[in-house]
Design a protein around this ligand. Structure first.
Ligand SMILES: [Zn+2]
Length: 382
């Protein structure tokens, strides 16, 4: 009797599983990204759905933008599905790859055989990455790069001190526009930045992990904005291990766990609605007390004001001018033998999302491209 029950049980399970197999047939599509052909199929989709799956229209789905990034697209201008183009600024947050191989994009559903990523023109000018900063800092200070760094060294300059000026949401495109508007004369005086790409999603915790480790998200493990620490070795770990000193002057709170850094938090003490003036004052105090080997200064204001009013609005323009002044004053106080690296974690684009008029996180050019400006303080300048 027991055998018969067992047999019936197995049969029922098989009958349950069979339709599930028939309902999710295997499928595959060819992705064309930057001249490379990649096959994206059921197996590749399943690898992503565990970490990045969402529930869309009653079934599991992976955001199309996530698929494109994981398959090698650093930035997206448009996506062509079997020859039909979709401008990415209209679809980046409403396109998913469904379990059955169909793509839901806006109001349409297609089952593409060929997906072509059309890259922004600026990609051809991008010569650097946020992952290059950690190896560059380490090299300048005469240290080995963090263990898992994949970025490259951007200058052979050797320096006694390195100062990282982190301008949150000050994207490359915004920098160029600010130049035309005359908003950033002090930054402009430091020279031309490299056009660089950041990592995805274009959010502060993810970019900061790449900044500190010199590695992409797949390596440092910070693949979504909710993760705020990494097990991979960071610049500050490297510095501490070598008996050197790293200080981070932050805004009101830490966007990322800066392990092994001396942290100076800069709350809005004067209650004027922003922390950049406090960050500036704290930076001057740190420099006054003795320039550390590595100083990271994180200005949050351009991001805060950009979210609230949108980029290219009077309050955001005023904030860029304000931060430009802080940057100029800080650089003026640095001793010869200091390498300054000014950069952003991501840019920002205009949105209409309830209270928000600016946001980032996508593969749009405005979010992805960042400036990396290298400036060496020379004795003759003093
Ligand atoms: Zn932001």
């Amino acid at each position: 009797m027991r055998h018969r029950y067992y047999f019936t049980f197995v049969l029922v399970i098989l009958l349950i599983l069979l339709p599930a197999c028939v309902l999710s047939p295997r499928w595959s599509a060819t992705l064309l990204i930057g001249g490379d052909e990649v096959i994206f199929d059921t197996a590749a989709w399943r690898q992503l759905v565990g970490d990045f799956g969402e529930e869309v229209d009653g079934q599991r789905a992976v955001p199309l933008e996530r698929v494109l990034w994981e398959q090698g697209a650093p930035a997206v201008e448009a996506v062509s599905l079997d020859g039909v183009d979709y401008a990415w600024d209209k679809y980046y947050d409403r396109a998913w790859w469904l379990a059955d191989g169909r793509v839901l994009i806006g109001e349409e559903t297609v089952r593409p055989e060929r997906v072509t990523v059309i890259a922004p023109e600026l990609l051809a000018q991008a010569t650097a990455s946020i992952t290059d900063i950690a190896p560059t800092v380490a090299s300048a200070l005469g240290l080995p790069a963090p263990q898992e760094a994949t970025g490259r060294v951007l200058t052979d300059v050797r320096a006694e001190h390195v100062v990282l000026l982190f301008l949150d949401a000050y994207g490359y495109i915004r920098h160029q526009e600010a130049l035309a508007e005359g908003l950033n004369p002090r930054i402009a005086a430091l020279g031309e930045p490299l056009c660089a790409v950041t990592t995805y999603p274009t959010q502060t915790p993810v970019s900061t992990a790449s900044l500190l480790t010199g590695a992409p998200p797949l390596v440092h493990g910070v693949r979504t904005r909710g993760i705020r620490q990494t097990d991979a070795e960071t610049l500050f770990d490297k510095l501490t291990a070598a008996g050197r000193r790293g200080v981070a002057v932050e805004g009101g709170q830490l966007a990322f766990n800066l392990r092994n850094a001396e942290i100076v938090l800069s709350g809005d003490k004067d209650g004027n609605g922003g922390t950049d003036d406090n960050t500036y004052a704290n930076t001057l105090a740190v420099l006054e007390a003795g320039v550390p080997d590595l100083l990271l200064v994180h200005f949050h204001g351009i991001d805060d004001v950009g979210h609230e009013y949108g980029p290219l609005t009077p309050p955001e323009e005023a904030k860029i001018s304000e931060v430009d002044g802080y940057v100029g004053d800080i650089v003026d106080r640095l001793p010869p033998g200091t390498l300054v690296i000014l950069f952003a974690d991501h840019g920002m684009h205009t949105v209409q999302e309830g209270e928000r008029l600016g946001n980032h996180g996508s593969l749009l050019a405005r979010d992805v491209f960042i400036p990396i400006l290298l400036y060496e303080v020379l004795a003759s300048k003093r």
